[in-house]
Ligand binder design. Structure first.
Ligand SMILES: Cc1cc2nc3c(=O)[nH]c(=O)nc-3n(C[C@H](O)[C@H](O)[C@H](O)COP(=O)(O)OP(=O)(O)OC[C@H]3O[C@@H](n4cnc5c(N)ncnc54)[C@H](O)[C@@H]3O)c2cc1C
Length: 502
């Protein structure tokens, strides 16, 4: 759909900013010039409300108007994409072919296990993937319209504290150092998120200078939970950042993301969002933070490149399960656990999903940008989406005269992305897990975020897959050394667990 002007395009987006809001698209909240070398096309609120949220841009040549085209992101999806491997089947090979290991799902979990069996144990592996591409939710591709590399299922930022995981991922491609930063757009201005000293100074009109002052200020505005601890996300957030910041940054975002009030969600949902008592505006504090230079799909192709791995794309396991009976030594299942046990009579687990809208901004110029950073959160209810990502800010992007912003809106229907952490789902998952434990006796193993109904960051998914391989491997060859227990549960900063603030 061609759209003649930004105002017309976005007139459907409601905007009700408070009267007298600060207009901050040229200057950072701290009063310094922001990214002076780049020109941005981004949103700006009207004083007194009533206008469109997006109305100002900086075309490369004066008088030249960029063209803005909006479409669902999945329309950009290319045909079958095995990341350049050139070995994907689109149907299961006929008998008498057999494999030592069959894997359902060509995402990180399935890919890592397949790679281990093929390269370390020289065993044959068949991967069956229902999507037409490899890499699971990390999948990225070059967009025909703009030449930029986009993630189909939301932006992915690699970060880890785990040296074994970092050593592993480096073996399959080049990585570019990258510190992810996030801004939140609220009351007409951009502020760093998660909240840090700069954010607190801006929203509370303070002049806090260091950790002690910030900590003392936070202690003053916080409303501590009772002696029993915080029992939900509202209490937890108010205890951490105070009522005003909760209302401004957490409440609306959580409502939009989860479809329920924070008072109805586990305290852990917001509990692991860090609050910084310094000016550090990196989103993650992990030691290793990088992006694959040639994208996640190419990098995953490296993981799957062993000739002992056969790959079938665009085929649902449940459609070929019968044809493969007796032809797989072991089965590794990385799909949703409740799909595997669909005949068990148990109710379904619930998930949150996302819809992605692609906004291509054409002819903005090679140095033209839409927003001041890669990622912007929108906590206000007046804005229907939760987050926008401008991929051109990522390292390793091809040069382009255009830019693309992808906006995310949450919902209950669609691809299962986020497990919903509530007592009903915890209890139900325990029942599925008991079924899965019995299935393990038949050589079926459940690996990954959908099979474990647990939000894994990429590094956690890799670590988990490596450890499961080690465990299975040791069981099949008892002489092998035991898997070392991890001393402390991995903590990954803001992006954790069921957090969804990824
Ligand atoms: C929106 C979003 C943003 C994220 N951002 C980050 C981030 O910034 N940093 C980070 O570290 N992590 C991030 N993650 C998490 C990351 O995507 C996961 O850690 C990773 O994808 C887990 O890999 P997996 O193989 O377990 O699952 P998946 O990637 O989901 O792979 C499972 C695969 O199994 C396939 N499958 C399912 N059922 C069947 C079937 N019946 N037959 C055949 N195939 C089947 C699926 O199609 C899928 O390809 C994000 C996740 C989401 C949803």
């Amino acid at each position: 759909m061609l759209v003649p002007s930004i105002a017309a395009l976005l007139s459907s987006v409601a905007s009700t900013p408070a009267a007298g809001v600060v207009l901050a698209d040229d200057r950072s909240p701290a009063g310094e010039r922001r990214l002076p070398e780049r020109r941005h096309l981004h949103e700006r609120s009207m004083r007194g409300g009533g206008g469109t949220l997006f109305q100002r841009f900086f075309p490369r040549t004066p008088g030249e108007q960029p063209e803005v085209i909006s479409s669902p992101l999945e329309h950009a999806l290319p045909n079958v994409d095995d990341g350049g491997l050139g070995k994907a089947y689109t149907s299961v090979p006929e008998p008498p072919r057999k494999w030592d290991v069959c894997v359902v799902g060509a995402g990180l979990s399935g890919g890592v296990i397949a790679e281990r069996y093929a390269t370390l144990r020289k065993q044959s592996v068949l991967i069956v993937e229902k999507r037409r591409h490899i890499a699971g939710n990390c999948y990225d591709f070059l967009d025909d319209q703009t030449g930029l590399r986009l993630n189909l299922y939301g932006p992915h930022n690699f970060h880890t504290k785990l040296t074994n995981v970092w050593d592993y991922v480096k073996r399959f491609g080049r990585w570019a150092h990258y510190y992810h930063k996030k801004l939140a757009w609220s009351e007409g201005r951009f502020v760093p998120f998660p909240l840090n000293t700069e954010t607190l100074n801006t929203i509370y009109d303070q002049h806090l200078m260091g950790a002690n002052e910030t900590a003392a200020f936070l202690a003053k505005i916080a409303e501590p939970c009772g002696p029993g601890g915080c029992s939900n996300s509202e209490q937890q957030s108010v205890a951490s950042v105070g009522r005003a910041a909760y209302n401004q940054f957490y409440r609306g975002y959580t409502l939009k993301q989860w479809g329920v009030d924070p008072s109805q969600l586990d305290a852990l949902v917001t509990g692991r969002i860090s609050v910084r008592s310094d000016f550090d505006n990196r989103y993650f504090t992990d030691r290793y933070q990088s992006q694959p230079r040639d994208g996640y799909t190419r990098w995953m192709a490296g993981i799957l490149s062993d000739p002992l791995i056969d790959l079938v794309l665009g085929v649902d396991w449940f459609d070929v399960q019968q044809r493969l009976a007796g032809r797989c030594g072991k089965l590794i299942f990385t799909g949703p656990i409740d799909h595997y046990f669909a005949d068990s009579g148990l109710p379904k687990l619930t998930y949150r999903s996302l819809r992605f809208e692609k906004l291509a901004v054409l002819n903005i110029g090679e140095h033209g940008y839409y927003q001041p950073g890669t990622s912007v959160n929108y906590p206000e209810m007046a804005v229907p989406f939760t987050r926008s990502t401008e991929y051109k800010h990522y390292p390793g992007q091809p040069r382009s005269n255009h830019t693309v912003v992808v906006r995310e809106t949450s919902g209950a229907d669609g691809e299962p992305y986020y497990p919903v952490p509530n007592p009903r789902n915890h209890a139900l998952y325990a029942k599925y897990k008991a079924l899965a434990d019995k299935e393990a006796l038949k050589g079926v193993h459940f690996v990954g975020r959908l099979a474990n109904y647990k939000y894994f960051n990429m590094d956690q998914a890799i670590d988990n897959a490596l450890r499961i391989f080690d465990g299975l491997d040791r069981d099949s060859a008892p002489g092998r050394p035991p898997v070392k227990k991890r001393k402390k549960e991995h903590k990954g900063g803001a992006h954790e667990d069921a957090l969804h603030f990824d």
